[in-house]
Design a protein around this ligand. Structure first.
Ligand SMILES: C[S@@+](CC[C@H](N)C(=O)[O-])C[C@H]1O[C@@H](n2cnc3c(N)ncnc32)[C@H](O)[C@@H]1O
Length: 463
């Protein structure tokens, strides 16, 4: 039987616009939904006109998308209200079947980049009085929600007199914007200085195509924001971090008014806060530079925000002293020294680890810092077993940005591919501090002072 393709309007939030296409494409492939584009999505435009062969597909996509605000079955899309009325008049008979007398309805007016008063909106609604709506109006919980949308472009300061596009349609589903609010860092029990905001964390989980029962790792877990997002989509989550104080909820509080951390702050407490305790496997203190995992261990996804060394130190266990041996006598109380963990080494380790420990088809989703003027796709970390499938930019300043990279494992690595020593990428951190005119020595001294402060606080807390 041939499928009935219908037009739908996908209306997006104007936030993290760059991530939209990648997110929707990841979800279409994860959820095995076939969607046809009516026109190629344009950069800043908040809407796409698409087709689905079933309304369930539209609902399924909306149920996972963080970028999507709302989805309508599109009954009319025209350059003017007059033309829209003509189109809807011509469809009146077909539309009547949507409006039996026992179904209440409501018409909402939305305008993009122009503001109208309530009275003006009511006047616009009244122009649709010819529609064959038989049920009662119900403003609180209607059976059918209809939308009239006027689009005035994206230049909020100088909108045109008349809209560029007008739309009319029936509400089908909203995206997952509410979930970002529920997971807000403002109300989260345990956060750190570098906690990832929920919207980006959920976007990362979607890029990783996480689904029920997956096992997901964040090897630079910090306060565990990415684990919350992954667990929200059904994954069992595991994390590791070199920072003992962070994993034990003993770092300096990040909230301005909080003087001391509460005793029960932890990643596990966050998971319980969102009723996700049953998805929490564990977190452990571990230097990612040390090979530590069992060879046969396999993850469905690795999602992570590695340290760039700007707000937090990038360190690994090691020493610059030659032939350093710890005597038996000191072994029990020995605290290993740390040395710098350069950005090229971090990404080499991350890519090699993912090539080894992801299942085929599993995804690595990670941030990568760049200087915008130096950026080309060739400067991104590469590994022969990982295919780059998405790459979106989030500007951080005029000169710097970070890119959200999504890799898919395409084959098992050979022994030599697990021993790759160097990947040729710029050390973002080196250039950053050269530009800030901070010498290596000054930087080390500053970082050592932070470590000392943390250590003193830890001892203080233990008393
Ligand atoms: C950008 S933060 C991650 C923040 C995290 N996504 C969150 O939401 O809180 C990077 C983390 O990497 C950790 N880290 C730095 N060097 C490490 C190493 N050698 N091994 C493991 N973790 C390391 C830091 O302690 C820090 O918590």
């Amino acid at each position: 039987m041939s499928k009935m393709w219908k037009k739908y309007l996908l209306w997006f939030a104007q936030e993290h616009v760059e991530f939209r296409v990648s997110e929707i494409e990841s979800l279409l492939s994860l959820l095995r939904i076939h969607m046809k584009y009516q026109e190629k999505p344009r950069d800043l435009q908040p809407y796409w006109v698409v087709e689905f062969s079933s309304e369930d597909d539209a609902k399924l996509l909306a149920s996972r998308s963080v970028s999507l605000r709302t989805c309508l079955e599109l009954w009319g899309h025209e350059p003017s209200l007059e033309k829209l009325h003509n189109t809807l008049h011509a469809k009146a008979e077909m539309l009547a079947s949507y409006f039996p007398p026992n179904k209440s309805f409501k018409i909402e007016v939305e305008t993009f980049c122009r503001h109208f008063t309530l009275q003006e909106k009511v006047e616009k609604i009244e122009t649709f009085s010819y529609l064959p709506l038989q049920g009662e109006v119900n403003l609180k919980s209607p059976d059918i929600r209809l939308y009239y949308i006027e689009y005035y472009g994206t230049k909020a300061l100088e909108p045109p007199e008349l809209p560029y596009d007008v739309f009319f349609g029936r509400w089908v589903a909203d995206g997952l914007r509410q979930l970002s609010k529920k997971l807000s860092l403002k109300t989260r029990k345990f956060i750190g200085n570098t906690s990832m905001d929920p919207q980006l964390s959920l976007l990362m989980a979607n890029q990783a195509q996480i689904h029920d029962g997956d096992i997901v790792l964040d090897p630079f877990v910090g306060s565990g924001s990415l684990l919350v997002a992954a667990a929200q989509f059904g994954a069992y989550v595991f994390g590791s971090d070199i920072d003992y104080l962070m994993l034990h909820g003993r770092t300096k509080p990040s909230r301005i008014r909080q003087k001391k951390r509460e005793n029960d702050e932890s990643i596990c407490a966050n998971m319980q806060q969102y009723n996700l305790g049953h998805k929490y496997l564990d977190v452990l203190v571990n230097d990612f530079a040390m090979v530590f995992w069992k060879d046969s261990l396999e993850f469905d996804a690795v999602i992570t925000d590695p340290p760039y060394g700007i707000r937090e130190a990038t360190e690994r266990i090691g020493t610059e002293k030659e032939d350093c041996v710890v005597s038996d006598e000191h072994l029990a109380t020995h605290v290993p020294a740390k040395i710098e963990y350069g950005i090229p080494s971090i990404y080499r380790d991350l890519l090699v680890f993912s090539a080894k420990h992801l299942r085929i088809g599993g995804r690595l989703v990670c941030w990568f810092p760049v200087f915008r003027e130096d950026y080309t796709e060739r400067c991104l970390p590469q590994h022969p077993c990982l295919k780059l499938v998405a790459n979106s930019e989030q500007p951080l300043s005029k000169v710097t940005s970070r890119r959200l990279l999504t890799y898919e494992k395409i084959r098992q690595p050979s022994q030599s591919e697990l021993e790759i020593r160097d990947i040729s990428i710029q050390d973002f951190r080196e250039k950053y501090f050269v530009l800030r005119e901070e010498t290596r020595k000054e930087r080390r001294l500053r970082e050592a002072a932070v470590r000392k402060e943390n250590w003193e606080k830890y001892k203080e807390n233990k008393k």
